[in-house]
Write a protein of this length. Structure first.
Lengths: 348, 85
């Protein structure tokens, strides 16, 4: 018995870990997307902490401090690039995990809260992306945040309040930078940790979800420790290699310092995960039957997202462990819309 | 007069340069610019991939061995299971 064991009895926890089994079936690859997302968030926390030592969250120094991180700090360019590409991959895997959960109907009873917590985590990750992008304080980030926070104002009733809260004033200024920094390094990480805790606890509590098509079959079960953990490690290592390769070969550029009084640069586009929204807003004319087209677009998008969020309550057949092809079609439609609009937005 | 003309000429010569500078995108090196440093980075990337591939192979072997022993245990316990008559 060692020093630690004399003080803490972890035999119950060890017994619990030994009891955790994971079913093996033809869709079990989707189980690993959640683990990869968790790993990428850990990468983001570590690289973010390193960058936070050197970043100056004040509008006059923010851009300069990033240039210094990249050009003067030993390996600074690499940490910044890894943080950038880690964010892209984390959000990408979150979307993959979300659509996998949607198409396998893993949100069905009793896992509704797993879906809700995961969905909110995706929202947080997107806000992480937007706030982190703004910390660059370059003209593209400035224009993107002005558009994004301006779009929030189109929401009825609370829109203007949300916009003012996000901007910390009427327009995007240095106050917005401080606010976004606080969100990025304090509010959002705390919320992420809390929700991750809830999400992981619920995964342990309910166990792994088995798709309707695989239910009733005599599925082989493998222990999580160590079988699934080894497979998780293999995925994590490969993803780490890919992210590091992207970070090394394609380090993100630094644009010109933002000038709040200058007009926005031409053909400014948001990050890829906002492109489908950006493209959707472009589809709507400025005026529809005397009503503001932007308001109608934002309300319709908000309703579509709300329906997506509440899908466990609408999909009654899945709740009874029955196949629900209508919701599979809806899920595929959402996925295709997201992919096609992102591609159109990227090349337009 | 000569001085004014001289100043104006200089002003018009300088103005387009200043104007071009304000609109131009300043290229900042986001990757080590020195070839020696670049080579070091690429070599280290190669080492990283070699390490990753090595670890993946080790984990795969370990996993196969685990699955083999677990299968043996299953078969063994199934053989020892008491028969209900």
């Amino acid at each position: 018995m060692n020093w630690f064991d004399e003080r803490y009895d972890l035999s119950d926890l060890k017994a619990l870990a030994k009891k955790k089994y994971v079913p093996v079936h033809r869709h079990d690859i989707w189980y690993y997307t959640g683990g990869v997302t968790l790993f990428l968030f850990i990468v983001q926390f570590v690289t973010g902490m390193v960058l936070a030592f050197y970043y100056v969250p004040y509008f006059e120094q923010a851009h300069k401090s990033i240039i210094e991180i990249v050009t003067k700090l030993n390996m600074g360019w690499f940490y910044r690039s890894l943080h950038h590409w880690g964010a892209q991959f984390a959000i990408g895997f979150l979307f993959i995990h979300l659509f996998g959960t949607l198409l396998l109907k893993s949100y069905r009873k009793p896992r509704e809260f797993l879906w809700f917590s995961g969905f909110i985590l995706l929202g947080i990750a997107i806000f992480f992306g937007l706030s982190g992008y703004f910390l660059l304080w370059d003209e593209r980030a400035f224009a993107a945040v002005r558009v994004a926070t301006g779009g929030a104002a189109a929401l009825p009733v609370l829109g203007e309040t949300i916009k003012a809260f996000l901007r910390g004033g009427i327009d995007v200024t240095g106050e917005t930078l401080i606010r976004f920094y606080a969100f990025h390094v304090c509010v959002l990480p705390m919320a992420t940790l809390a929700l991750f805790g809830v999400h992981l606890f619920l995964v342990q509590y309910h166990g792994m979800s088995v798709p309707v098509s695989e239910q009733g079959k005599n599925l082989r079960q493998v222990p999580f420790f160590p079988n699934v953990l080894y497979k998780d490690l293999i995925f994590w290592l490969i993803v780490l290699g890919v992210v590091v390769t992207f970070a090394t070969l394609l380090p993100p550029e630094i644009g010109n310092k933002a000038d709040p009084l200058a007009p926005p640069p031409e053909n400014v586009k948001p990050e890829w995960y906002f492109l489908f929204l950006f493209q959707t807003l472009k589809l709507f004319p400025g005026d529809i039957l005397g009503l503001n087209g932007e308001v109608i677009a934002v309300v319709l998008v908000a309703l579509a997202i709300l329906f997506f969020f509440l899908i466990p309550f609408f999909d009654r057949r899945s709740q009874q462990d029955q196949r629900s092809p209508v919701f599979t079609v809806i899920g595929i439609a959402y996925l295709l819309y997201f992919v096609i609009m992102t591609i159109v937005g990227y090349f337009s | 007069m000569k001085r004014i003309l001289y100043s104006l000429t200089l002003f018009f010569l300088q103005a387009p340069i200043l104007w071009a500078e304000t609109g131009a995108v300043t290229k900042i090196d986001v990757f080590p610019p020195i070839p020696y440093d670049q080579a070091t980075v690429y070599i280290n990337l190669g080492f990283l991939w070699a390490g990753i591939i090595g670890l993946v192979i080790l984990l795969r072997l370990k996993l196969k061995e685990l699955e083999r022993t677990q299968k043996m245990d299953r078969e063994e316990s199934a053989k020892d299971a008491p028969l209900l008559e």
